[in-house]
Design a protein around this ligand. Structure first.
Ligand SMILES: Cc1cc2nc3c(=O)[nH]c(=O)nc-3n(C[C@H](O)[C@H](O)[C@H](O)COP(=O)(O)OP(=O)(O)OC[C@H]3O[C@@H](n4cnc5c(N)ncnc54)[C@H](O)[C@@H]3O)c2cc1C
Length: 412
């Protein structure tokens, strides 16, 4: 009997999982991907939009056209999942039965959860570059900005791509220098973390870079309110940071359809998942890929890509009644754009924090160090995303497991 695999979400994880599954199981399974529109956004490109370095038309392609022949695409919202009955309820009332469900519904921005954030000043002096609309509006505001206090604020963790707000700071420093007004702009990075980043070695290096570029770092600031009219961020412990222009990364939650599915999500709407097999803890026939998973990794496209191989192997093994592969190691890889045509690369996993050295081996891209080569790597990633990562191909020389070769452990 032909088995049915339903994939919720046609973003990074849903697309690459569908294409890999189609290759592994062609003819044995019917694969259906569901998403609510046909516009796949290359989210890493959003960082460049405010600085006029990328535009909407460079970043958006048809979701359907990223899927291999033989995969069914349903352009429809998901209302909820009945995990007891193995059934997905679509918006409008249609239903999809499944043997295996892959949840790839990502993370959702919830700016309305922060008092005042979407109130006075929203989209005129308070912006987010985390979606196309915000990134495009911010491009106009930055163009018109003639000087004053620019604040980049992360409201709460977890967020997608935790290095993106730091990259924004570095690019803003470059951008205002290019425009010849850097001395009239005070740049401040405001984070709830106790340092520039979560992991100690990378946090020290990134804090040093902020300092070198004249960007003030405010830590342990838990934003309770954004007062756009008065131009200030107010923390829960009543500290204040003043701004003329605020670039805010709103809090994130899981997809609403996960929240509406009884027994599927946790309190934040993410799906409890085994961090090594990517099988959900909810039901044996539910697997999770990408930002939707409640596992201790960064919410990043690179992680989603590395998860793909293990997830697909485990769906195949589950259908064959075999033991699952528990080899996903939390591998994460981030290019951090640092301005002036350079970038820093970090590579880490559950057990190993970002360390200096080279990637993917002793000869390769420099780790934790600004370099032109890393910037070219970041630019190339855009091409690889559409032509290799989404089609579900392995990247040459890039393994799913984090490589140890090339890393310098003595500096920990
Ligand atoms: C500004 C920014 C910069 C980034 N930079 C990088 C970077 O440099 N490197 C990197 O590795 N990662 C980066 N990321 C993160 C990366 O884009 C995400 O981690 C990745 O896209 C996660 O893939 P996903 O499939 O889990 O989620 P997504 O790709 O977001 O896909 C989720 C899909 O689920 C669909 N969906 C949700 N709810 C429903 C519903 N009810 N019905 C139907 N469909 C639904 C959505 O429409 C969406 O298409 C960045 C993200 C942002 C925002």
């Amino acid at each position: 009997m032909t088995r049915r695999i339903v994939i919720l979400g046609g973003g990074t994880g849903g697309t690459l999982a569908a294409n890999r599954l189609q290759r592994a199981l062609a003819g044995e399974c019917e694969i259906t991907v569901v998403d609510r529109d046909d516009a796949h956004v290359y989210q890493p490109g959003l960082l460049f939009v405010p600085f006029g370095l990328a535009h909407q038309e460079d970043l958006v392609r048809s979701r359907r056209r990223q899927l291999h022949d033989g995969i069914t695409y349903r352009d429809c919202g998901v209302d909820h999942v009945d995990v007891e009955a193995n059934r997905v309820h679509l918006a409008g009332g249609a239903e999809l039965e499944y043997d295996v469900l892959v949840v790839a519904t990502g993370a959702r921005l919830v700016p309305e959860e922060t008092e005042g954030l979407t109130g006075a000043g929203w989209m005129s002096k308070v912006f987010s570059f985390y979606d196309l609309e915000g990134a495009t509006a911010l491009a106009g505001a930055l163009r018109d900005f003639e000087g004053g206090r620019v604040v980049v604020n992360v409201v709460d963790m977890p967020i997608k791509c935790p290095v993106a707000p730091l990259e924004f700071c570095f690019l803003a420093d470059w951008y205002f220098q290019e425009r010849g007004i850097r001395d009239q702009v005070q740049l401040t990075y405001v984070t709830p973390l106790d340092g520039a980043f979560t992991k100690p070695v990378a946090s020290r290096e990134l804090a040093r870079m902020l300092q070198e570029k004249g960007i003030e770092l405010v830590t342990e600031f838990n934003t309770g309110e954004v007062d756009g009219a008065a131009g200030k961020l107010i923390s829960f412990d009543e500290r204040e940071v003043e701004f003329d222009l605020a670039v805010v990364v709103p809090a994130h939650g899981g997809a609403e359809c996960v929240e509406r599915s009884w027994g599927l999500g946790d309190a934040l709407g993410f799906v409890p998942t085994d961090e090594h097999t990517l099988q959900s803890k909810v039901r044996g026939n539910v697997f999770v890929i990408g930002d939707a998973a409640a596992i201790p990794v960064s919410k990043a496209g690179s992680v989603t890509h590395f998860e793909g191989e293990v997830l697909v192997r485990n769906v195949v093994r589950y259908l064959a009644g075999e033991e699952l592969d528990a080899s996903f190691d939390g591998h994460t890889n981030c290019f951090i754009e640092s301005g002036f045509g350079k970038a820093v690369l970090i590579d880490f996993n559950y057990d190993t924090e970002p360390l200096p050295g080279h990637y993917p081996s002793a000869v390769g891209l420099p780790l934790l160090k600004e370099s032109r080569l890393n910037h070219l790597g970041k630019l190339m990633f855009g091409w690889l995303y559409w032509h290799s990562l989404l089609p579900g191909r392995d990247l040459p020389g890039v393994s799913t497991a984090m490589p140890l070769a090339g890393k310098r452990f003595e500096l920990r």
